[in-house]
Design a protein around this ligand. Structure first.
Ligand code: FES
Length: 118
């Protein structure tokens, strides 16, 4: 994909994210810089490092923030659903397998724990 197209897609995604945030009742935006707490990486950030889920890192903030959204929304139940919900995030390096592994590492134990509690 040409770099001009990538820039337009990135800008479009930022506009969509801004509109969604503006329409949200809480109207808060958390960026990748806001995920770590007290010097500790968010579990998804740690999983991305553990699973080597990036190459150039260009897409990584968006991938991780989308994965945090999956975690927050809690409607992802399988690897196929993870891939489907994350499909709007493009990775020109093709690190999709490791990205799905990292997201699965964090999401699946939480889903299993939640289902066991119900
Ligand atoms: S790691 Fe390079 S674009 Fe995803």
């Amino acid at each position: 994909m040409r770099s001009g197209t990538m820039r337009r897609l990135y800008r479009l995604s930022m506009v969509i994210a801004s509109i969604r945030a503006w329409r949200s009742p809480c109207r808060a935006i958390t960026t990748i810089e806001g995920l770590a707490q007290n010097g500790e990486l968010h579990p998804l950030q740690a999983a991305f490092i553990e699973r080597d889920a990036f190459q150039c890192g260009y897409c990584t903030p968006g991938q991780i923030c989308s994965a945090v959204g999956l975690l927050t929304e809690g409607h992802t139940r399988s690897r196929a659903e993870i891939r489907e919900h994350m499909s709007g995030n493009l990775c020109r390096c093709g690190a999709y397998t490791n990205i799905a592994d990292a997201v699965e590492d964090v999401l699946m134990p939480r889903i299993a724990a939640k289902e066991a509690a119900e």
